[in-house]
Structure formats: structure tokens, C-alpha cells
Write a protein that binds this ligand. Structure first.
Ligand SMILES: [Zn+2]
Length: 471
């Protein structure tokens, strides 16, 4: 009608658009500030069957793990980290879901009757890989252990999951090969957006047959029957069907340490390769174990059969992006593998699922907040009748789940080797810990009602049998 009107309207439109765009930008800006997922890669290295004490062990003046030891000194070392089960499947299930094993379901089932069925990771649980994937991370894993095979749904959330079968020598992956596979995936995918890569090393697990250049490194003068290889069935050793003298046991410990030393050399190479790719300084890198190994600490052998510390005290080192300036810190408070998933998500700014049973320990990493101790529980054995434990303060209480089974109490400050059972002299403490432990056990039993058992196919049964997992 009137030209000025048109023009005015046009001008107004432009103004409205201008203000709208400012509004939109500021809304987007706010969202970016509030809910921004941090652009850091996550690299998780899990060494199977890796004892805590090897991290700082020296034999004949040689450090067994110089690379991991230096890495620990330069980053965040947890001196009291524990797995929630003493064998692979339940322990990984907990690491991936932040749920205790009986709740996530990937355990030996029928435990009270000594059953040997295996459960699968419940499909209604959220996994670390799944959550990171939903948030735009590419996800990758390389693993070498039948207990990590996709039959147990432990691979849920990984875009690429490379699994190797250790019972066939030709399919057994050594540390150098596992890192090579990991690196080649990272090289191909790591420069284009965020990724989560898990690299699992199998070497310290039986059999102990380190590469030639490592096998005699700690006792070159040994010439006995197990010189380069110890491959006896763990139950034969546990049940004394194979008799080993003190010298042989010492050599077997040295072979185990040599496997660990080999992993360490390869870990050092991997760190240098990441650094050369410019991918180390901005990444979160976590180095840990799924459980330890008994080398006659309690007159027995291998793992899966007790909840003593040689099996559940694990190394845990975390590296955070250099820009955050957190380096050279030692945290002595008790943490669990169960805490890893919430901690990683917390760091990334990703909401933590409400049902997790672990907690984010990020505040203790990022600041000097006083560590709040929480009880840590353990259980879900592979062999024998089920045992569960609670660790709180300086004490650990272990209870056999079967009626009439013995219970044990240790003062870990006085007796870190768990050699002197003080259950008879510390009744009041026993009762407090027992009540807590039983409440935890009962509540998990209730949460676990829907767990499914997997019927293993013949092939898998044979493979697990050949590794000594089932009889
Ligand atoms: Zn394992």
C-alpha cells in the first residue's frame, strides 16, 4: 500500500532476523557450554592376570616394568584399586557396566552347587562403549580370551571387536601384535573425531611362555623342565597332582614376571607411537588389569578361586589430557574397576546412568578433596563354592556363602598378606562388616532375578575346557 510500509516491514524483517539469529547463537552457545561433550579420546589398556606388585618390582636390580612404572609416576597412580571378581568375564562386565557381577549377569551360574554355566551380560544394561558410541565416539576393541568372546555379549557397544582365541597357539595374540592391531585401527580412525579403543593383552595369563629374549631374563642359570614354558593345568597344580619344588616355583614366578616385562616393553613402544601420532597428550589413557594371579601367596595357584589381594588388587594408572595439568599424583583411597565407567563419563560431561553401583572418583583426581572411603565388595568366583568379601578401612571380611562355611577377617594394615585370620578376636567388627556384606549380597540377588544363562555351544565348551575354565 505505502512504499515506506513495505520498506519498513522489510527493515523490520531484517531486524527480526538479526535478533533471532543473535538469540539462536546465544542459545546454541549456552548449550555448548552446558552440555558439551569433551573432545578427548579414551584408550583403555587391560593387561589380563596382572599383579599389582609387579608395577614397582625389581629383580636383580632390574625393574620389571620400567615403562608402566614411569608412566605411573608421571600420571595418576591408584595404589589401592581392586577388581570386583578374581577372573575375566565378571571383572570385565563390571568394568564395562559399573554393576557388580551378580547384577550384570556375566558370571558362573549355579555357583552354590558348583555349577559351571556362564551367564551373559544382561542386554538391559548400558555399557561404557555403548554410551560413548551414542555420544559420537567410534568404538574399537581387540581382545584375546575366550571369556571375552561375543557369546557373552561383552562386545556390546563396540563398532569393531576383534577377538582372538588363546587356546590355539596360532590364534594367540601377543602384546606386540595386539598393540599393532590397535594402532592400525587408531591410525585409520583416530584422526577423524573421537574414539574409544580398548586393547586387551593376554600374555601374563597361563601358559607362561614369554618370547625367547625374555624367558631367562630374571634367572638365566635355570635349566630345569620348565625353562621356557610353564603350561600345566591350573587345577593339577592346585590339587598337587603336579609336584613342584621351591626352585621350580621360583622359576615359574620369573617366567610370569618375564611375560609382564614383555607387556611393559610393548606398552612403552605403544606410548611412543601414540605420541608420534600426536594422540597421547589430548587423550584419556587408562592402564589396568582385570585381576591378578596367585603364585603360591596362599599356597595355591592361578586365579578365580579366592578373593585375596594377590587376585583382586590391580594396578590402575590414569593419564588425562595434558591441558588439565594433572600429573604425578598418587591416590591411596580404595577404588574399584566398578568406578571407571562413571569416572570416564563424568570427565567427558556425559550423564552417568542412574543405576550404576560405582561412583565417579573424578573429584579426587581433579582436586585435593579429602577422599571419602566407601566399602568395596568382591565375589563371583570361578572355582569352588562362592565367597564374598567387604573391604572397609583397614579391614577385610570374607564370608563363604554356603551354610557352615568359614569366615575370615584381616587387619590389612598389620597384615597386608592376609595371613592371620583374626575373626575370633574381633567379634564386634566382624558383626558390623557381616551385616553390611549380607545386605549388599541380598540386594544384589534381588536385582539379579532376570539374569539369563547362556547355553554354550559344543565348540565354546571345548575351548573353555582346553583352557581349564570348565571340566
Ligand atoms: Zn583375566
Amino acid at each position: 500500500m505505502h512504499s515506506w510500509n513495505h520498506q519498513g516491514l522489510y527493515r523490520n524483517k531484517r531486524l527480526i532476523l538479526y535478533f533471532l539469529s543473535i538469540l539462536l547463537l546465544s542459545v546454541l552457545g549456552c548449550q555448548e557450554d552446558a552440555g558439551k561433550i569433551k573432545k578427548h579420546n579414551v584408550i583403555l589398556i587391560v593387561i589380563d592376570t596382572w599383579r599389582y606388585d609387579t608395577l614397582s618390582l625389581e629383580i636383580n636390580g632390574m625393574r620389571v616394568m620400567p615403562s608402566a612404572n614411569d608412566f605411573a609416576k608421571q600420571n595418576i597412580l591408584f595404589t589401592n584399586a581392586f577388581s570386583q571378581s578374581p577372573w575375566t568375564l565378571p571383572s570385565f562386565g563390571t568394568l564395562f557396566t559399573s554393576l557388580y557381577p551378580s547384577v550384570h549377569g556375566a558370571v558362573r551360574t549355579g555357583m552354590l552347587r558348583g555349577g559351571k554355566n556362564f551367564g551373559i551380560l544382561r542386554d538391559d544394561t548400558e555399557t561404557l562403549a555403548g554410551i560413548l558410541k551414542k555420544n559420537g565416539f567410534k568404538t574399537y576393541a581387540v581382545a584375546c580370551n575366550n571369556n571375552l568372546s561375543p557369546e557373552f555379549h561383552i562386545n556390546r557397544g563396540f563398532d569393531v571387536y576383534q577377538i582372538f582365541r588363546p587356546e590355539m597357539k596360532a590364534m594367540r595374540l601377543r602384546a606386540d601384535e595386539a598393540f599393532q592391531l590397535g594402532l592400525s585401527w587408531i591410525k585409520k580412525n583416530g584422526q577423524k573425531g573421537n574414539f574409544f579403543a580398548m586393547i586387551h593383552l593376554f600374555d601374563p595369563h597361563l601358559s607362561y611362555n614369554p618370547p625367547q629374549e625374555f624367558s631367562g631374563m630374571f634367572d638365566p642359570s635355570y635349566t630345569g623342565r620348565y625353562k621356557d614354558n610353564f603350561d600345566e593345568k591350573p587345577e593339577s597344580v592346585r590339587e598337587n597332582k603336579i609336584l613342584l619344588n621351591a626352585q621350580e616355583k621360583e622359576h615359574i614366578r620369573n617366567l610370569y614376571n618375564a611375560e609382564v616385562a614383555f607387556c611393559d616393553r610393548e606398552f612403552g613402544k605403544f606410548l611412543r607411537a601414540l605420541n608420534d601420532l600426536n594422540l597421547l597428550q589430548d587423550s584419556v589413557l587408562i592402564l589396568t588389569a582385570d585381576h591378578g594371579e596367585e603364585l603360591w601367596d596362599h599356597q595355591s595357584f592361578e586365579h578365580g578361586h579366592t578373593v585375596y589381594d594377590e587376585l583382586v588388587h590391580v594396578p590402575l594408572v590414569m593419564h588425562f589430557p595434558v591441558e588439565r595439568g594433572i600429573q604425578g599424583k598418587e591416590i591411596k583411597g580404595c577404588v574399584g574397576l566398578i568406578d571407571l565407567m562413571p569416572t570416564i563419563l563424568d570427565f567427558m560431561g556425559i550423564p552417568i546412568p542412574k543405576n550404576v553401583q560405582g561412583r565417579s572418583i573424578l573429584p579426587y583426581i581433579m582436586s585435593d578433596d579429602k577422599f571419602k572411603e566407601e566399602p568395596l565388595y568382591c565375589g563371583s568366583l570361578l572355582y569352588g563354592t562362592e565367597k564374598i568379601s567387604i573391604r572397609q578401612g583397614n579391614y577385610k571380611y570374607i564370608r563363604s556363602v554356603v551354610e557352615g562355611g568359614k569366615d575370615e577377617l584381616y587387619d590389612l594394615r598389620q597384615d597386608p598378606a592376609e595371613a592371620k585370620n583374626i575373626i575370633d578376636t574381633e567379634y564386634p567388627r566382624k558383626n558390623i562388616l557381616k551385616l553390611k556384606l549380607m545386605a549388599w549380597y541380598e540386594s544384589n540377588q534381588k536385582k539379579a532375578v532376570n539374569q539369563k544363562a547362556v547355553n554354550l555351544d559344543k565348540d565354546t565348551q571345548e575351548r573353555l575346557k582346553s583352557l581349564g575354565y570348565i571340566q
